[in-house]
Design a binder for this molecule. Structure first.
Ligand SMILES: Cc1cc2nc3c(=O)[nH]c(=O)nc-3n(C[C@H](O)[C@H](O)[C@H](O)COP(=O)(O)OP(=O)(O)OC[C@H]3O[C@@H](n4cnc5c(N)ncnc54)[C@H](O)[C@@H]3O)c2cc1C
Length: 477
């Protein structure tokens, strides 16, 4: 049975008491200890910088060419801290409680409590390191409300929180590298852990440029090698986040628990459209700024704006009134799947087949993603998506830019067909022969203003150029 060596005492005091009773290392003795930190993401870079600042000798390893490329840069939404800046009832206890719940009651409670405690100071440390957290108009740090919490406690730096945090940690690390307290080993992979008398005392590494394998010994080894996302079929982790370091430690005797204790991330929801996956992540951070609903009736094809209030199902608010749109993301995702009215697959395939035929899109089958098609056919897919919404006006900005002659001809034919069927098609183009060949009416613009109008049938290149290049009096502009 795993002993996590959690200190004794009442939950809220365990770690404070433990810290007060820990044996300290004399500052002069610290420089005699060598600590090997594997990983230079937010965990490894911070650990290396902090240990070096305390006086220990640190060696830090990562397989990327720079610590700055650790996968931590991918984090976007923000970092939670129980600062209660909004005075909305937040506290260390509430952050602890929400985190234990959000972790499906699988986390070690004492450690979660410690995390909630130190969250308050971490924000201040990051600010001191120069992390540009978003601020309100008055200058105070801003907060977002995220899923799983009824309070606003997420500190963020636009959509790049991880990148900005990592730059802060990286600068602290560089300072210690400059001071000679940390030796950095980029492009180095840990192959094995050296265990002596039951303690990790070294690592076997491979230089990824020369292929040379060597062993480094130390007094302690810190594994800060990140998550193991690529064990799963769907992951947005970098390919290197592949569990090898953790697995190698496990083979040397480290206990391995709860391998499925990993976060469901919206970026991993399978893509159902060209822009869908990124929109899913955006909606996570905007969750409390809008309301989430599906049509009450399955297969309702009306545009959202045409569906009246009483025909909308605000399913998260209905099922989880206390949290509503802010339920934890695993609960929200499962509920969205059960609501089952988001995408009607049969209807989607039928519509795609119709559009492929109507627009003459050349594709082996309708399941093929547009990036596998030629440029002209990709343009037609974009047009097909708009046409599927049955618009009354079609706005096209340089619709044939970069496509070959054949595709250009087909796109022109498509525009002509829609115009003949009564749709208003507004085409913005800098291709003069295209304009003359297509338009019923030509509006010539210069410096953001309409300079004249010509009927398409009689327009000539000279007449268009005259309006595009000259003032009314015929003076060149
Ligand atoms: C898209 C996305 C969005 C996220 N958004 C948020 C968010 O909004 N808020 C939040 O709190 N969290 C978020 N997370 C989670 C968060 O980013 C991670 O949990 C955290 O950054 C992990 O940091 P780390 O230092 O443990 O790992 P990493 O940053 O992955 O660093 C691992 C390090 O270990 C090294 N390494 C690994 N294996 C070896 C080996 N065998 N040998 C040598 N070196 C090795 C790597 O080179 C790297 O330096 C998000 C994650 C993703 C993917």
């Amino acid at each position: 049975m795993l002993s996590a060596r959690i200190p004794a005492g009442p939950l809220a005091n365990k770690w404070d008491q433990h810290r007060s009773h820990l044996k300290l290392v004399n500052p002069a003795n610290k420089r005699r200890f060598e600590i090997l930190v594997v990983g230079s993401g937010l965990a490894g870079a911070s650990a290396s910088a902090s240990l070096a600042e305390l006086g220990y000798n640190v060696r830090c390893y990562c397989y990327q060419d720079s610590p700055r490329r650790a996968h931590s840069i991918a984090a976007q939404g923000g970092i939670n801290a129980a600062k209660n800046y909004r005075n909305d009832g937040d506290s260390i206890w509430r952050l602890f409680h929400d985190t234990v719940k959000g972790g499906d009651f699988r986390s070690r409670e004492a450690n979660v409590h410690r995390l909630a405690q130190v969250s308050v100071d971490i924000i201040d440390q990051c600010v001191a390191q120069g992390v540009p957290f978003a601020r309100e108009y008055g200058g105070h740090l801003d907060n977002r409300s995220f899923g799983g919490a009824q309070v606003s406690r997420t500190f963020y730096a636009r959509g790049q929180t991880g990148q900005q945090l990592l730059l802060g940690a990286y600068q602290a690390l560089l300072r210690q590298i400059g001071a000679g307290a940390v030796r950095m080993f980029p492009r180095t992979e840990m192959l094995d852990v050296v265990v002596h008398d039951g303690r990790a005392r070294g690592i076997v590494i491979r230089d990824l440029e020369s292929g040379k394998i060597e062993s480094h010994s130390g007094d302690a080894v810190v594994l800060a090698t990140g998550g193991y996302g690529n064990v799963f079929y769907l992951s947005t982790n970098a390919k290197g986040c592949n569990v090898t370091a953790i697995w190698r430690a496990h083979r040397r005797g480290a206990l391995f628990a709860n391998p499925c204790f990993t976060q469901i991330h919206p970026t991993c929801i399978p893509v159902s459209g060209e822009y869908q996956s990124k929109l899913t992540l955006m909606s996570e951070s905007l969750r409390n700024d809008g309301r989430i609903w599906v049509p009450k009736a399955g297969g309702d094809r009306r545009a959202p704006a045409e569906i009246p209030e009483n025909e909308r199902d605000y399913y998260l608010e209905r099922k989880y009134p206390a949290f509503g749109n802010l339920v934890p993301r695993d609960i929200a995702s499962r509920a969205a799947k059960r609501a089952d009215r988001l995408i009607d697959r049969a209807d989607e395939t039928r519509l795609a087949t119709l559009q492929v035929e109507a627009l003459g899109i050349r594709t082996p089958d309708v399941e093929r993603t547009p990036d596998a098609l030629s440029g002209g056919n990709q343009q037609k897919v974009v047009a097909a998506k708009w046409l599927a919404t049955q618009p009354r006006i079609l706005l096209l900005d340089e619709p044939t830019k970069g496509v070959d002659v054949g595709a250009k001809f087909e796109i022109h034919r498509l525009i002509r067909r829609e115009a003949d069927a009564g749709m208003a098609c507004l085409v913005v183009s800098s291709d003069l022969p295209e304009v003359l060949g297509l338009a019923d009416r030509i509006l010539v613009m210069r410096q953001g203003r309409i300079r004249g109008e010509l009927p398409g049938a009689d327009a000539t290149e000279a007449a268009v150029m005259q309006l595009a290049a000259h003032d009314e009096g015929g003076v060149p502009a």
